[in-house]
Design a binder for this molecule. Structure first.
Ligand code: FAD
Length: 319
């Protein structure tokens, strides 16, 4: 395969898990070129080398931070053309899916989101496995344009550094932003107080609470912290104001696909399942044995969460 451009968005002082996953994935297909939007620190440059990147295209133009979405698509278009890329990989967040779509328009390329796998085939072009209907089916799709844009879901691969590391060569890219790119400016940013927990859509483990917690997320949060997990919630719990809306998992919330999803006091309505049924292993705690959540659970515990969770917490602490 020709070059694969991997989008690394505002990495700050360290390459995040999402970027490491994309690079690990890309290495399995060919030579990854990192397109880094934002400041490139020495630490991140070294990490890129460790993850098998020999070439970095970097733009630290203020527009990439100050304006919304379009400048990033235009940066990636310049980067992809610079290295004659065959494939551009982005993350699968709402923002990155929009960037991927706009990039596809700029490059007259095929775009596929919600991807869980990519194989390059000399005859058929880029073949992609993707999830549809909220993860109920996996379908194969292919990109037949000269360049393909693929938004890859988190947690598809375990991040793994390349065997040997080399210093990545850095080339600065100056993007001639269009007038369209500068129409939507970010007026202000408000950082959420750091919870110390992993980001929900990237976390390897999620502990989610529903109406069953009855306003008390204490046991859910304690279990999550013991496991190094993110805290999720059903819409009933976020609507009740027991936890921030950013924790909502489901059709109108976040889509997660962790290794382990622990569902606590959640009935498993179709709109909740839409956001979590592709989790690798699902544990459900619910006092109603007829609850639909047990239809998709790998391990079901019928019981009162205020009895089950403290027991689990005590046992984990004991080990
Ligand atoms: P309930 O359905 O009330 O279930 C609570 C569960 O807790 C029950 O199964 C009960 O047996 C159990 N329970 C109670 N007490 C205990 C206890 N002490 N110990 C153990 N178990 C206990 N929902 C989402 O989650 N995410 C979405 O993104 C979403 N989007 C939606 C979009 C639309 C357009 C619509 C119409 C709905 C959407 N919903 C969404 C809402 C969804 O339909 C359900 O109403 C919601 O998921 C129910 O949340 P819940 O399971 O926490 O509550």
């Amino acid at each position: 395969m020709r070059n694969i451009v991997v989008f690394i968005d505002q990495p700050g002082s360290a390459l995040g898990k999402a970027g490491k996953e994309l690079l690990t994935f890309a290495r399995g297909l060919g030579a990854p070129v990192a397109a880094v939007a934002g400041e490139l620190s020495e630490a991140v440059r070294a990490e890129l080398g460790e993850y098998g990147v020999a070439q970095v295209l970097n733009s630290n133009q203020a527009e990439l931070f100050e304006y919304s979405i379009v400048p990033k698509a235009e940066f990636l278009a310049v980067a992809a053309q610079r290295v004659d890329a065959q494939l551009v990989l982005t993350g699968n967040s709402a923002e990155h899916k929009e960037i991927a779509a706009r990039l596809a328009v700029l490059l007259d390329a095929g775009v596929i989101s919600d991807a869980v796998g990519v194989v390059a085939d000399a005859d058929a072009g880029i073949q992609v496995e993707k999830l549809v209907l909220a993860g109920s089916y996996t379908v194969s799709a292919s990109v037949r344009s000269a360049i393909g844009i693929v938004a890859l879901k988190a947690n598809g691969v375990e991040p793994e550094a390349a065997g040997s590391s080399s210093a990545a060569a850095v080339e600065t890219v100056e993007v001639p932003f269009s007038e369209l790119a500068l129409r939507a400016r970010i007026a202000s940013r408000q950082a959420r107080p750091a919870s110390g927990r992993p980001e929900l859509s990237e976390a390897r483990i999620v502990v989610a609470g529903g109406r069953g917690v009855d306003g008390d997320f204490g046991p859910v949060e304690e279990l999550a912290d013991l496991l190094g997990a993110a805290v999720g919630a059903s819409r009933a719990a976020t609507d009740a104001g027991w936890i921030d809306h950013s924790a909502q998992v489901g059709q109108t919330g976040k889509t997660v696909s962790p290794q382990l999803y622990i569902s606590v006091g959640i009935s498993g309505a179709i709109q909740q399942k839409a956001g979590m049924q592709t989790s690798k292993f699902i544990v459900a705690v619910n006092q109603d044995a007829e609850s639909p959540v047990f239809e998709i659970a790998d391990l079901g515990i019928v019981g009162d969460l205020f009895t089950v969770l403290p027991q689990a917490i005590e046992e984990i602490k004991r080990r």
